[in-house]
Design a binder for this molecule. Structure first.
Ligand SMILES: [Zn+2]
Length: 137
């Protein structure tokens, strides 16, 4: 029994080492990946209630596509690009969650400008290029 226990421990150790070596230099998991996987799960659950075979097939195809995408991302060696994707995702996520402000892109230089919400029509001056534009907040 003791021998088996230590054998199991050793096996687990070897598997951990193997996994670690395999993941070395690869991107791994992040918030965007969790979101992609979560969406895939929701789609699979949703498909249970859909009787139309074609729609059902499409939903499954999209769900599997999302799963492969998240696997691809976590195994990717282009960590910089994956990091940038996640950063962009978090930015959009924050914008959607922020009920106090509205976000606009400067029409001239694309700089993002944040203004308080619910102030009516306001003149906004871009902090980067000084371009003035009017938006409803
Ligand atoms: Zn600007």
């Amino acid at each position: 029994m003791n021998g088996f226990g230590s054998w199991l421990r050793q096996l687990r150790f070897k598997m951990n080492m193997g996994l670690r070596r395999f993941m070395e230099g690869r991107y791994g998991n992040d918030k965007l990946n969790s979101f992609i996987l979560g969406t895939a799960m929701v789609l699979v659950i949703l498909a249970v209630f859909i009787r139309n075979p074609l729609v059902n097939l499409i939903i499954h195809a999209v769900a599997y596509g999302l799963m492969f995408w998240s696997i691809f991302r976590s195994l990717s060696r282009n960590t910089y690009k994956r990091y940038q994707e996640n950063r962009k995702f978090l930015q959009i996520h924050d914008r959607l969650k922020d009920r106090e402000h509205r976000y606009f892109d400067c029409p001239k230089c694309r700089q993002m400008v944040r203004v308080p919400r619910g102030k009516g029509k306001i003149a906004i001056t871009c902090p980067r290029c000084r371009e003035k534009f009017v938006r409803k907040s």
